[in-house]
Design a protein around this ligand. Structure first.
Ligand SMILES: Nc1ncnc2c1ncn2[C@@H]1O[C@H](COP(=O)(O)OP(=O)(O)O)[C@@H](O)[C@H]1O
Ligand SMILES: [Mg+2]
Length: 321
């Protein structure tokens, strides 16, 4: 797949544009999602807001439709504009707006709007990834005792999302929040997409700031240990946690034990993953592939980032066998 031409100038240009645009005005069209909407309308009043999919202290995410292209399912992610001044937003739209990948929802445009009390929000309009958060599917399957399904889902997660992470890194982007909550799976065909570029970071050197960003349980040890320098490999660790969690329904390292214990646990290495042999009738080839999972997970969960597996190492393992 061709890498998109994302660079620092593009990012800086976008970022300064975001930060200098006047309140309550449309400020940035990205991709055109229908000829109807072509570069024209991206104001709050052009959208019909539907169900709230998620809300926390930082963001609210809605299903939405554009009035002139109602057949296209959209998502609107809103941030309070106050985060703007903290430099927290502008980031997601500048990164999402610059990249194109079939497993990343496309950003269509961004605008600002104010509510009845005059509170200004920034809204990102993007394609809806069909399906449900992978965490919901995994928890439901584990609760139903469908271990083997979970191993298959974990394997699909690895096959589908590793190339997306690789693509991001080739475009100098670290995602920094890879987790089951940020992968949407379509249960009808098991197709997955990676979402949530809030914490994504553009780095030309490959180094990342020593900030403990990310989600508890998924963080690479170098995100926590201030003596270490995080790099793109933090995403491989988080993918390892995600694949482990999909396969087993558990975190490999207890996030509630405090940072020091967490680091010690990671140092000790990945807990054993019981091979899934509960379905004798499955094709031998299926068993064969699934037996690779624990090996790859262990490679992704290595404590030392320079020994940790990356895309090429995963491919090597898959091609070897
Ligand atoms: N493009 C999308 N397609 C489908 N669902 C989405 C999309 N973007 C967000 N969501 C839904 O909204 C939730 C929160 O969005 P996310 O971007 O992860 O925001 P947050 O930073 O609050 O975690 C996701 O877990 C998912 O359920
Ligand atoms: Mg999220």
């Amino acid at each position: 797949m061709a890498a998109s031409s994302f660079n620092k100038e593009q990012y800086d240009e976008c970022y300064s544009h975001v930060h200098s645009s006047p309140a309550n005005r449309y400020y940035r069209p990205y991709h055109v999602f229908s000829p109807f909407v072509s570069g024209m309308h991206c104001f709050a009043e052009d959208f019909l807001f539907g169900k709230v999919l998620s809300r926390n202290d930082k963001t609210a995410v809605y299903r939405a439709r554009h009035r002139h292209a109602p057949e296209t399912p959209l998502i609107i992610k809103m941030f309070p504009a106050v985060l703007h001044s903290l430099g927290n937003d502008g980031n997601e739209e500048c990164i999402l707006g610059a990249i194109t990948h079939p497993r990343i929802p496309r950003l269509n445009c961004a605008f600002r709007m104010s509510d009845a009390d005059g509170v200004i929000s920034v809204a990102l309009v993007m394609a809806e990834a069909p399906g449900i958060p992978l965490i919901d599917l995994v928890l439901a399957k584990h609760l139903a005792g469908r271990t083997r399904d979970c191993h298959l889902v974990a394997y699909e997660l690895l096959l589908q999302i590793a190339p997306v992470i690789h693509f991001l890194h080739q475009n100098n982007i670290a995602h920094r929040d890879v987790k089951l909550e940020n992968v949407i799976i379509d249960p009808a065909n098991s197709q997955m997409m990676l979402i949530d570029f809030d914490l994504a970071f553009l780095t030309l050197s490959g180094e990342l700031p020593q900030l403990s960003v990310g989600s508890d349980g998924y963080k690479a040890p170098e995100m926590i240990d201030v003596r270490r320098t995080p790099s793109f490999s933090v995403d491989w660790f988080s993918l390892g946690v995600s694949v482990y969690a999909a396969a087993t329904g558990l975190f490999p390292f207890n996030p509630d034990s405090g940072p020091l214990n967490y680091l010690k646990d990671v140092e000790k290495g990945c807990p054993a993953i019981r091979p899934c042999l509960d379905s004798e009738s499955d094709a031998a080839v299926g068993e064969f592939w699934l037996s690779l999972l624990p090996i790859i997970i262990r490679g992704l969960l290595k404590s030392e980032s320079d020994k940790r597996w990356n895309y090429w190492r995963i491919q090597e393992e898959l091609n070897q066998t």
